[in-house]
Ligand binder design. Structure first.
Ligand code: GLP
Length: 243
């Protein structure tokens, strides 16, 4: 893992966007893995800026999102589909047919899980995957548990995650209890990974991810086995690392 520590989240966002931009310049047909949450927002803002400056072009880029809540419509303010359009896709020249976010209201979720992984494979795999980390160490919606789950699957969200995500909903009862998420295998198959973590609330999870043992209790710790991970932190998220 290459770990870079920046002054604040804006700088970490800018730096991670530069790495993604370099990939897009190098390969205009690249396949990006996208993440949601508050963490990648500065990254997406910087990508929009680079696009507006004419430095990067999304005309041939394809994307796959990591995860989605189950049971809320795509137009719901908190759906990850809507999040991606509001914060990135509507601001760049990506083709709507080139973006994939798991379907939250599918009649056949199990089949959708299989076809999501198949679609990633058919696209040639993910060239570079953006990741955030939950304060319990989750990546995408792979929650802490006894084992790592390989493929895209349906997950029951932990209380910790429901609690952490309630800030986006009017009440805790409105937070969906299930999600569809790329599995650890789907994520680990990405050729390269950009992990972004900012703020002191992430410091413990970041320490477990980088300095801890590889353990499904901290799903992000599996990234120690990936050959090409770049971690972008701010001072707060890096506070507990042995340097
Ligand atoms: C959510 C998402 C994750 C994200 C994490 C952290 O539950 N499923 O992909 O990394 O929580 O969110 P935030 O960046 O808002 O702290």
């Amino acid at each position: 893992m290459k770990v870079h520590i920046y002054r604040d989240k804006a700088q970490a966002g800018q730096a991670s966007a530069l790495l993604l931009a370099a990939k897009i310049i190098e390969n205009p047909d690249c396949v990006l893995g996208m993440a949601t949450g508050s963490t990648p927002l500065p990254t997406y803002e910087s990508l929009v800026e680079l696009y507006n400056q004419g430095i990067i072009d999304f005309g041939r880029v394809r994307t796959f999102n990591l995860d989605e809540y189950v049971g809320i419509s795509r137009s719901h303010e908190q759906s990850y589909f809507r999040f991606m359009f509001d914060n990135l896709f509507s601001k760049i020249n990506i083709k709507p047919e080139n973006v994939a976010v798991p379907n939250p209201v599918s009649a056949n979720l199990q089949d959708d899980c299989l076809s999501y992984d198949a679609a990633i494979k058919a696209a040639g795999g993910i060239d570079i995957q953006v990741l955030g980390i939950g304060n319990n160490g989750h990546i995408a919606f792979n929650e802490p548990g006894r084992t790592f789950t390989f493929a895209t699957h349906i997950v029951e969200l932990t209380e910790n995650t429901i609690e952490a995500n309630k800030r986006f909903f009017s009440s805790i009862d409105d937070v969906p209890k299930r999600a569809i998420t790329m599995g650890i295998g789907s994520i680990m198959q990405a050729k390269e990974i950009v992990m972004i973590a900012t703020g002191e609330a992430k410091a413990e999870a970041v320490k477990a991810m980088i300095d801890g043992q590889i353990d499904p209790q901290c799903p992000a710790s599996i990234l120690q086995l990936h050959p090409a991970v770049t971690v972008f932190l701010d001072e707060g998220a890096a506070a507990l690392l042995s340097r």
